[in-house]
Design a protein around this ligand. Structure first.
Ligand SMILES: NC(=O)c1ccc[n+]([C@@H]2O[C@H](COP(=O)([O-])OP(=O)(O)OC[C@H]3O[C@@H](n4cnc5c(N)ncnc54)[C@H](O)[C@@H]3O)[C@@H](O)[C@H]2O)c1
Length: 381
């Protein structure tokens, strides 16, 4: 909608798998989500602009994807189409395999289809900060590439840039690592123009476009699989459920507001790499916070209590996170900070829809290792 509003012709390609996973989990967005057809009609009414829609499984229907590209001839593809929940990806052998099959094939099919089509398409991919892992040697995480100095056998010193070493924390994050290698290969071999956005955790619900009609509201997931940490705290505060902090809450994470996310995509589209250039990697985040600090902040605003519960994930109890995000800032991004938008989210979104909440879906039940299901904390078996 943000891009359509700017005058671009946009077609959505989606197989509606996210809606099917809601049914499988018996969970739903806190905000009511209209059908795709209703949403597209609502956008047409408020903007006078038409969004196209093609129901297509990008991971499995290669021919359909190639036909679509050849017919529509896009200047750019914004690639969102992946299973995006780390807890869902860790649930069981089926969801692990589904996440890898779906995400890696979706990305690879897209790249092969672009090569096959002969079109010069700029691919903008939504990756994750999670490809880096969350610990560093103390420096800022650079935007994708690390400066290294190596010694040759002759004793010469050579300086190079390499992809920052990856350290994914779940099967989902691992698929984004695999994506990264696919991108590097196709940028080198076929000179595809690719931008990979290593994004932090989204918070916030509205963009200026979704606010124009209630039927356009975005998802607000709060369940143990798909709910992201801050949204979960906001919803828990709104329904009077203690804020569930996993472990010590010493995990530091990167965040970005949803309206900054759409702006970043616009900026990435307006600054494509040239053919033959390596993959452009931007860190798409605006601030970092420790989880327990976030819980305290939401608690202060709302009066909610904080509950420390066992961590279902296998990860360091505490970590520092320093991230370089100079590219977007230098290209004009003006961040929305947590302090400005948090109260609005509690009052106007979480409380507004609190009667739709199903409290039984709040606990995070997906465990990272089999040892944890036997009651042994991660790392102690
Ligand atoms: N939400 C976040 O905090 C966050 C953070 C970092 C990165 N990301 C990335 O941003 C992208 C969008 O995330 P989101 O939160 O909007 O998730 P989402 O699940 O709402 O959007 C992904 C969409 O892709 C579709 N999809 C999945 N597999 C498909 C396939 N094989 N063919 C066609 N469509 C398919 C789903 O139906 C869904 O509508 C994802 O790639 C995600 O990994 C999200």
């Amino acid at each position: 909608m943000h891009l359509s509003d700017l005058g671009h012709d946009v077609v959505i390609v989606d197989n509606l798998s996210r809606r099917r996973i809601d049914e499988e989990l018996g969970a739903q967005s806190l905000t009511p989500i209209a059908t795709v057809e209703e949403r597209i009609a609502a956008w047409g009414e408020v903007s006078g602009r038409r969004l196209g829609f093609r129901n297509l499984d990008v991971a499995r229907d290669f021919d359909g994807l190639l036909d679509f590209l050849t017919e529509f001839r896009p200047d750019a593809v914004i690639h969102f189409a992946e299973q995006r929940a780390a807890p869902y990806s860790m649930k069981n052998q089926r969801t692990k395999r589904y996440t890898v099959d779906n995400n890696v094939n979706a990305t690879h099919n897209l790249l092969v289809a672009i090569v096959e089509s002969g079109l010069d398409v700029h691919v903008v991919h939504l990756g994750t900060m999670g490809v880096y892992g969350y610990g560093t040697a103390g420096m800022k995480i650079p935007e994708g590439y690390l400066d290294v100095t190596v010694q040759t056998e002759e004793g010469e010193t050579v300086e190079q840039q390499i992809l920052y070493p990856t350290n994914p924390g779940s099967v989902y994050h691992m698929t984004k690592v695999l994506d990264q290698n696919l991108f590097a290969y196709y940028a080198k071999n076929d000179e595809l123009r690719i931008t990979d956005l290593h994004q932090g955790i989204i918070w916030g619900t509205h963009t200026p476009q979704t606010q124009r009609d209630e039927r356009l509201i975005n998802r607000f997931d709060y369940d143990g699989d798909y709910g992201t940490v801050l949204n979960r705290f906001l919803m828990q505060a709104a329904v009077g459920y203690p804020l569930t902090v996993h472990g010590t809450g010493g995990q530091t994470r990167a965040f970005i507001h949803i309206r900054d996310m759409v702006k970043c995509i616009q900026i990435a589209l307006e600054n494509p790499p040239a053919r033959g250039e390596r993959v452009r990697i931007f860190n798409q985040m605006t601030e970092t916070h420790r989880v327990r600090d976030l819980a305290e902040l939401v608690g202060r605003i709302s009066g909610a209590e904080v509950a420390y519960v066992p961590n279902p994930r296998k990860e360091s109890a505490e970590n520092e996170l320093h991230v370089a995000n100079d590219t977007f800032l230098s290209l004009g991004l003006e961040p929305t900070f947590l302090e400005e938008g948090l109260l609005h989210e509690v009052e106007d979104v979480a409380k507004r829809w609190a009667d739709r909440a199903d409290r039984s879906k709040i606990p995070a039940r997906s465990l990272w290792t089999s040892a944890q299901s036997e009651g042994v904390p991660a790392g102690e078996k």
